[in-house]
Design a protein around this ligand. Sequence first.
Ligand code: AMP
Ligand code: TRP
Length: 328
Amino acid sequence: MSRIFSGIQPSGELHIGNYLGAVQNWVRLQEGRDATFFCVVDLHALTGNYEPSDLRRRRHEMAVSLLAAGLDPERCTLFFQSGVPQHAELAWIFNTVTPLGELERQTQYKDKSARQESVLTGVLTYPVLQAADILLYHATRVPVGEDQVQHLELSREIARRWNHRFAAETPYFPEPQPLLTPVRRLMGLDGQAKMSKSLGNTIGLLETREQIWEKLRPAMTDPARIRRTDPGNPDVCNIYSLHKAFSDEPTQAIAAANCRGAAWGCIDCKKVLAESMETVLVPIRRRAADIGARPSYVTDVLEEGAKRARTIAQDTMRQVYERMGLTD
Ligand code: AMP
Ligand code: TRP
């Protein structure tokens, strides 16, 4: 069976960048509880500086966001990584076949370590845990944003190395491939960098119409369009990239034409975008409110998911131990 796996950091509420870049695709790809696995990677989250009480809140909010976004516990297995100890166990195993040089070459590691005086080992071995996440379930398809493509290359390398050493005849682990969405990398509202919580340039998936408008109004557009009468170029405008994600095709075409012809000012274009966003976001907000009204729902769903995930994970570890000489 070809499985799908993906993970997301417990960063609290989803923002429209990780929603459009990854989670919207997860919602579309749900194929059944035994075929589609989604994980809130709370063990990965320990590699940054954090407060335990804050992490507790963020992992819960992420789970709420994912269910509100449309993950359906009847059609996928959703769980917290820490609820399945085999993730950490397989990561240790993979540490023993991963060359240090491969880890030091990872862009994310280079970026993070350049910004810190003392670098935690977990930042270096982060992608080894990620490979374990995926391969524990023998997943072959991994829906992610573009920033994760390099980590997936490393997952394939780890699968090859482990297979070469312990399952040379018939490869045991498959080589997982990324599934990208059309929104590979959504820019933040500043138009300067990737939309990301740590940069404070996001729109939260559950924000109100008023909060969203407060952020859209001053957001960056085509910088060459200074006066209202200047023709704009939608291809370089971040607001237009949001139209492509939220508006229907006729509205996209109108927005592009009215930008090029200067028939709309940027504020007109943003007003239309805000309406399109409402259409997409209202049902998501409504589901979030329903979930909020059922206190133990989230915990129950994710514990149930972890139980199913553990069954598969235990089986994988048995096979791995068997092949590595760790059984009698
Ligand atoms: P994160 O929220 O950083 O854990 O990322 C979760 C998923 O969303 C990953 O697959 C990322 O590649 C994707 N993602 C995060 N931010 C963006 C963005 N600004 N544009 C597109 N995809 C994103
Ligand atoms: N590293 C991913 C991110 O920052 C999260 C992640 C952890 C992941 N394990 C994964 C993504 C396994 C896909 C598959 O977004």
